[in-house]
Design a protein around this ligand. Sequence first.
Ligand SMILES: NC(=O)c1ccc[n+]([C@@H]2O[C@H](COP(=O)([O-])OP(=O)(O)OC[C@H]3O[C@@H](n4cnc5c(N)ncnc54)[C@H](O)[C@@H]3O)[C@@H](O)[C@H]2O)c1
Length: 332
Amino acid sequence: MFNPQALMITGGAGFIGSHLVRRLRRDYGYCGTLVVVDLETYAADRSRLTEVESSIRYVREDICDTEAMRAIIADEHIDAIINLAAESHVDRSIEAPTPFVTTNIAGTCSLLEAARGCWVGRTDVRFYQISTDEVFGALQAGDPLFTESSPYAPRSPYAASKAAADHLVRSYYHTYGLPVLISSCSNNYGPDQHAEKLIPKAITGFLAGRTVPLYGDGLHVRDWIYVSDHTDAIYQILRTGTPGSSYVAGTGVLTGNRMLLEMIITLLAPRLHCEEAALRSLIAAVPDRPGHDRGYGIDASRLHHDLGWSARISLSEGLALTIDHMIGVHTH
Ligand SMILES: NC(=O)c1ccc[n+]([C@@H]2O[C@H](COP(=O)([O-])OP(=O)(O)OC[C@H]3O[C@@H](n4cnc5c(N)ncnc54)[C@H](O)[C@@H]3O)[C@@H](O)[C@H]2O)c1
């Protein structure tokens, strides 16, 4: 078991990163040094870390600044890095790919270089790259779910930039012996997610009586994982994953986007004391986005068998938790 003494989390003011930081302190009993690095792009919200502010060191910095990363790793005696810093929104990557190349590829390379320079010859360290199932491309009806051995076939600039980063991370393992880990997870959701993402966008729209857009025929399927299930997987992989290995994480349950909106409506209508039909009338079909992958889905058997992890929160439970949190925020 690997027990980090000083952990650096990049992108820690983002959605998943902030959940991970809070859970490390609150639920996982992690007592070592915790340094959070975040550039604070539009996607960051530092208030997500308020609860743990006094027990972390927070650094507003760009992962592309190799010297700054090197200084943090050396000064804080960092022995594990979890890289969650990224441009993460597919639609934005279609409009403007360059920032995705800069942060997701060059930024990851910069962090790898900083780690390589500081960790020469060390095996008691970990560089952990958080990737996405979108690197595997699109599932078509009847295809098996993605596993660790699925070929890379990214189809959006976002997915391509994450795939490139994974290749770089793997190359540092083979070329320099850097002890790396990679995990590719399916679509996350939960409290505090940025309103541009599908589930918070839909819930906010229904709460405000606004149009809720649905791409194309609404039959695109996704494997939705509640964010705390993902952070559990990350912590487990960090401590017990085999260096040089990749893992895939997900629930294996595929849900179409129209069905997802129906589930949200079923949970929201009684909470808002309104008819389901009134909420349903807010759904508006919009033209499909270019290169929109029909499906993603994960077979997480390896993570289950090798490391004992499985997702625990069902989609309806997770949606209820998310909706109740958002109603709380909406009404205060
Ligand atoms: N959200 C998902 O469904 C999902 C699924 C699988 C994998 N992932 C991956 O998990 C990671 C986190 O995703 P998220 O949804 O929390 O994203 P997010 O967009 O909410 O957060 C990303 C964070 O990274 C920071 N950041 C961006 N560029 C930076 C830079 N150059 N230097 C330092 N910080 C920078 C942002 O300020 C932000 O706080 C990403 O790598 C993403 O690819 C996300």
